[in-house]
Write a protein that binds this ligand. Structure first.
Ligand code: MSP
Length: 518
């Protein structure tokens, strides 16, 4: 385990409100950061807004406002949404910040001075509707696929980064670091792009102001602004204090990005080559996730199926929503979102399995041991089986989180909960309490369940921060998450005997089908 952990989400385009895609990446990042923090690593989570480029300019034009106004508007919405949902970040970066502009311009100048940037005229198919040069893929029967009109032949001069010079090095980097891009399917995809020489040339990193003025000005030519992806990727450096931040070298050496599969190319190809030209190490991992489709359709504004996170929070509680997002998506693969699936998942895992253990344990502690965690006896085989189920979960969660298999980490925790529920069924404290021969064992049974719950809550806390804190509070351990450490605090036998328990309202009420929206 390293001492620090630096994690980033993509910076989101400021042309609309946060939807399920943005929320998923931010939830994953928040969970990972919480986990690493719980393990005692100094953790820094960066998120923010991508404010330049054509998408933002288009959104501003549609609304008839200046681009800065629209980015101020949406970036405030993104920020307040994450705050309201309890998604924690250490820095929210905006690419229109002067500090970021300075870093981007400094990098451009360095690369220019090193001869890594050249100026060239080129010609191509330009679509007036798109206001950009089209590639072969944008054409259908010789017409622009969006505007269904023939492009014009135009020439333009631009600045190019000598990206291809770094490809040989990059292939070597992929070979030496097989988990640089993960899961593996995306590593293969990136390598295929890299080997398909026809698909990639040097990277055009400028746009003439006459065509696009909304961007960071090139320090060596005031007639041009920087290409939005070049500017956007650099946010990861700015956010960590590049170039002179005291902590930059340490945090950068443990940098990992979370990205969606559609932005693999800029992250797996452009970004490492830019860093290599600068003499900065590539990030340790690119963690690539798939897409959420909603009711089996692509998420899009026109379909109105964006899944607003605040609405989900109001309907189901945010912990339930985040649980579903992480449990039902195999990291790296696409998944299909539906409220029916969410309800089914939450009812099965949280209401029935975990909720049952919580309510039975607390109710019986109230009834049979005066609302206190009882002193246990020595215990027997069944008690040791529960202890070992929890120990296994602690080890497996660590492995799974670190390999980005969050759904598997949750499965492992729920397996331990299952074991504790089966143990309760076996010990039947509700019957044993009335049987003079077995009544003496009830304290041991309830102690075992309280301790299993405590460890479960600790393990779940990065995934379900609110509900875990609530479980701990009901075990008389309010505030226990502050300063808690994994794995030490997850070792068996740490719950204080005599801790006051409380039953409270059901933590995970079953969502009844009549409450489901149509
Ligand atoms: N601004 C760029 C990223 C620059 S990072 C240096 C961008 N922004 S975005 O707002 O369009 O998308 C941000 C992220 O949301 C991407 O990782 C994208 O994969 C993700 N998602 C957008 N829709 C999604 C789904 N339907 N499902 C899951 N994630 C998807 O790209």
């Amino acid at each position: 385990m390293s001492a620090v952990f630096y994690l980033t989400t993509p910076i989101y385009y400021m042309n609309g409100e946060p939807h399920i895609g943005h929320t998923y990446a931010t939830v994953v990042a928040d969970t990972l950061a919480r986990y690493h923090r719980l393990c005692g690593e100094r953790t820094f989570l960066l998120t923010g807004s991508d404010e330049h480029g054509e998408k933002v300019l288009e959104a501003a034009a549609e609304r008839g406002v200046p681009p800065q106004e629209i980015t101020d508007h949406y970036s405030a919405i993104f920020r307040s949404t994450w705050d309201e949902l309890g998604l924690h970040y250490d820095r929210f970066i905006r690419t229109t910040e002067p500090a970021h502009r300075q870093v981007v311009q400094g990098i451009l100048q360095t690369l220019f001075d090193r001869g890594q940037i050249y100026f060239q005229e080129y010609g191509g198919n330009y679509c007036v509707g798109c206001e950009r040069f089209l590639t072969e893929r944008d054409l259908v029967d010789g017409l622009c696929r969006d505007h269904e009109r023939a492009p014009e032949h135009r020439t333009e001069s631009n600045y190019f980064f000598k990206m291809t010079e770094h490809f040989e090095w990059l292939v070597g980097h992929f070979e030496e670091h097989p988990d640089f891009v993960r899961p593996e399917r995306y590593r293969n995809e990136a390598l295929a792009m890299l080997r398909d020489e026809s698909g990639l040339g040097d990277l055009c990193i400028s746009r003439p102001k006459s065509r696009l003025h909304w961007g960071i000005e090139l320090p060596f030519d005031a007639d041009y602004v920087c290409y939005v992806w070049f500017d956007a990727l650099v946010n990861y450096l700015t956010g960590a204090g590049y170039p002179d931040g005291e902590e930059f070298p340490e945090f950068w050496s443990e940098c990992q990005h979370v990205i969606g599969k559609d932005i693999l190319k800029p992250h797996a190809i452009f970004w490492p080559t830019m860093l290599h030209a600068l003499g900065v190490e590539p990030p340790r991992h690119l963690n690539v996730h798939g897409f959420w489709n909603v009711d089996d359709r692509k998420v899009s504004k026109s379909l109105g199926n964006m899944v607003a996170p605040l609405i989900m929070r109001d309907r189901y509680g945010f912990d339930a929503f985040r649980y579903y997002l992480m449990r039902d998506m195999v990291f790296g693969l696409d998944a299909s979102f539906s409220e029916e699936a969410l309800v089914a998942r939450v009812n099965a895992d949280l209401a029935n399995n975990l909720g049952n253990l919580v309510s039975r344990t607390l109710n019986m502690t109230e009834r049979f041991t005066e609302g206190r965690v009882p002193e246990p006896g020595p215990g027997d085989e069944p008690e040791r089986a529960v202890e070992s189920a929890l120990a296994q979960a602690v080890a497996e969660v660590d492995r799974r989180v670190r390999e980005m298999a969050l759904h598997r980490a949750l499965e492992a925790i729920l397996r331990a909960v299952d074991a504790a529920n089966r143990y309760l069924e076996q010990r039947e404290p509700w019957k044993a309490a009335k049987d003079p021969e077995r009544a003496g064992g009830v304290a041991t049974t309830l102690y075992t369940c309280c301790e299993a719950l405590r460890i479960t809550a600790l393990l779940l806390s990065p995934f379900l921060p609110e509900k875990s804190a609530e479980i701990l509070a009901r075990l008389g351990l309010e505030g226990a998450l502050k300063g808690a450490r994994l794995p030490a605090d997850a070792s068996w036998g740490r719950i204080p005997v005599g801790s006051p328990t409380s039953v409270g309202k059901p933590l995970f009420p079953r969502i009844e089908s009549e409450e489901q929206p149509a």
